[in-house]
Design a protein around this ligand. Sequence first.
Ligand code: PLP
Length: 398
Amino acid sequence: MTEFDDKGFRTRLSHGGRAGKRVHGFVNPPLLRGSTVLYPTMADRRALAARRGEQVLTYGLGGSETHWALADMIAAIEGGTRAFIVGSGLAAVTVPLLAYLKSGDHCLMPDSVYGPARNFATGMLPRFGVETTFYPPEIDEAGMAALIRPNTTVVYTESPGSHTFEVQDIPAIARAAHARGAKVLMDNTWGFHFFQPFAHGVDVSIQALTKYAGGHSDLLIGSIAVANDAEWKTVHATAAALGQYASPDDCWLCLRGLRTLAVRLDAQMAAGIAVAEWLRGRDEVAEVLHPALPGARGHELWKRDFSGACSLFGVVFQPEYSVAATHAMVEALDLFGIGASWGGYESLALPTTGFVTRSAGTGEFGGALVRIHVGLEDVADLIADLEHGLEVLRAHRE
Ligand SMILES: Cc1ncc(COP(=O)(O)O)c(C=O)c1O
């Protein structure tokens, strides 16, 4: 929590996590790097050790002002109490899974889950005696209740899915999970502050801060946020035991990214919706997977639970356009780069058919898929670029 928690979002982003007078009045917090921490006396060591609860501050792994400034801001943005900063979004996925699962447990994951999270569940967790079942992401409360076994300890969620954008009914899933003693973990990277995880029943919120928080495609970082002491102790114990840590340089850069997060997100939301609406009007496009568009899949749930949208969405092309045709199309674009990740200031277009693994029979949209990330360029220029891309696509029609 920060002293600005009662203020508006933009004020909190501007004033949170600053050291003020402690660093001679400089606006920004210091960038502290270090392994060894010196303590003049053993009494000082005890005082240090008590400063942030169980976080060991007598050695660099416990973090520094730089880490805690970021951690406290993320916890506040998500409406939680504390957050742990790790070196990547993927680490923010795997640490809580390890924290809440033990040998003999069962985990539920949405079929639309981020690929490396699926790989962790299918490749790593079985080595520790944990079984995972993939469920249709648009499941309702009764459907979820039916899947939960006596040994299900984790119901993992990601809403919307970052390739196919299924919106999950998180409160319903959380009710089913909590009634049976399971914890709800959520990858909240797409929603970020537009979705308040703890107000919707989530126990542990995961963020790939690499995306919009960093905002400049120049760092990798993740956070694990919680809303009470018990969850904090569970998450912290595992993160610390695994030696999880993030570079203070990346924390500092991410803090800098947060200062402009609200304006970037608002601009990118508007631009993303404009580009998505334009694509939706094109004959080549069968469907646009963007929950903020009226009439789109998941729109009603999005409207109920989210206060905004980021600028990542999917496009399904008409069946006469092959995957190869979409490859030719994205290669013809000048302003949209072909690349993974999202949340930076630059636009991206990534063909995703064939990238996405499914095992619960979901994710079929009847046409080749391209994922679009809209950056901070002028919308008119982006649309002109896409117009040209669609010409190339049409030239490859079957
Ligand atoms: C939804 C989602 N979660 C987690 C991650 C992992 O983040 P990172 O790239 O920082 O490991 C990504 C990255 O693309 C993602 O899209």
